[in-house]
Design a protein around this ligand. Structure first.
Ligand code: PEP
Ligand code: MG
Length: 324
């Protein structure tokens, strides 16, 4: 199997019937880019920018951030890099940014919620990203968006940051694509309204599943509720993908589910465009993708959505894939 996967490094990400997809890498630091390239990633689908903040003893300056993004985008050699803006707060505290103790950190003051309250800090990151876009295709995505108003507010701050950069670098940032994560249930349900305002969605299934099932993603006692194959969840994911496509936005996924072998035929059947995962899963996924027919995958989705439990879907997928 490994020899077969190795041949997929330079192969396109295509289904058996020739449909094009993208398989990208999730990275945590600019150094991870090397491995993503070695594993044949079509791009970076999620650059978790938190490391910049969490590995520092002070708020990273625009210059420090710019250097890190530049290394990542230059290292990807023209392939797109999706950088997620700061996703700290809640359970990811920073020594130099005291935040109030919270009873429910996962439902608290975090990510885009902090950024919208502290636009100067947010703009520092956005300016650094726009400047780095001079060195390759950077895309920006906002985490934890729940409402259209939050998305518009984030985009407004982006426009201000862009105007500041353009005072010195005319037109820089005009081609930067803007997207958002779908990880809050309301955003998933309201995907049509949100899709009109972005270039792409990236479905963050780790949080989306946690919030849909009301089950802490880090608590083993409730881990049985991590059910990516639950048909009710699948129908929501299909709704998000369809909404993106109705409004000419790209549909990506960057949670663990994107690299899940049993989920792959279902996601291909729904027409998910981009699959972002840990670099070590890329070649296995590309190889499996090349053996799947999208028409058959679409039939599988129809059948799965008529079932009632995650176990039933799992059994169906295994039967179709001849796994057992
Ligand atoms: C997610 O929530 O699925 C996601 C990709 O983001 P993180 O795991 O960093 O919360
Ligand atoms: Mg998340």
């Amino acid at each position: 199997e490994r020899a077969e996967w190795a041949k997929m490094v330079d192969a396109p990400s295509k289904s058996k019937d020739g449909k094009d997809f993208e398989i990208a890498a999730n990275i945590g630091t600019p150094d991870d880019v090397e491995d993503a390239m070695a594993q044949g990633a079509d791009g970076v689908g999620l650059f978790r920018s938190e490391f910049l903040y969490m590995s520092s003893d002070h708020f990273p300056s625009e210059e420090e951030q710019f250097k890190a993004y530049k290394v990542a985008v230059a290292g990807m050699d023209g392939k797109p890099v999706v950088v997620r803006t700061m996703d700290i707060g809640g359970d990811k505290p920073l020594d130099y940014m005291p935040l109030p103790e919270e009873l429910n950190p996962f439902l608290g003051y975090r990510a885009i919620r902090i950024c919208l309250e502290q636009p100067d800090m947010f703009k520092t990151q956005l300016r650094a990203l726009i400047r780095a876009s001079e060195f390759g295709p950077i895309e920006i995505m906002f985490p934890m968006i729940a409402t259209v108003a939050e998305l518009r507010a984030a985009k407004q701050i982006y426009e201000e940051a862009k105007a500041e950069v353009q005072a010195d670098h005319p037109s820089l940032g005009d081609n930067v694509k803007i997207g958002m994560m779908i990880e809050v249930p309301l955003a998933a349900v309201n995907a049509d309204a949100l899709a009109k305002e972005v270039d792409f969605f990236s479905i963050g299934t780790n949080d989306l599943i946690q919030y849909f099932f009301a089950a802490d993603r880090g608590n083993d006692a409730v881990s049985y509720l991590y059910q990516p194959l639950n048909p009710a969840l699948l129908s929501v994911i299909k709704h998000v993908i369809d909404a993106a496509h109705r409004h000419d936005a790209k549909a990506a996924m960057c949670g663990e589910m994107a690299g899940d072998q049993l989920a792959l035929p279902l996601l291909m059947g729904m027409g998910l465009d981009e699959y972002s995962m840990s670099a070590t899963s890329i070649l296995r996924t590309r190889s499996m993708m090349s053996k799947l027919d999208t028409t058959e995958c679409a039939k599988l989705v129809d059948d799965a959505l008529n079932l009632d439990t995650a176990e039933e879907v799992e059994a169906l997928v295994k039967e179709r894939l001849n796994l057992k």
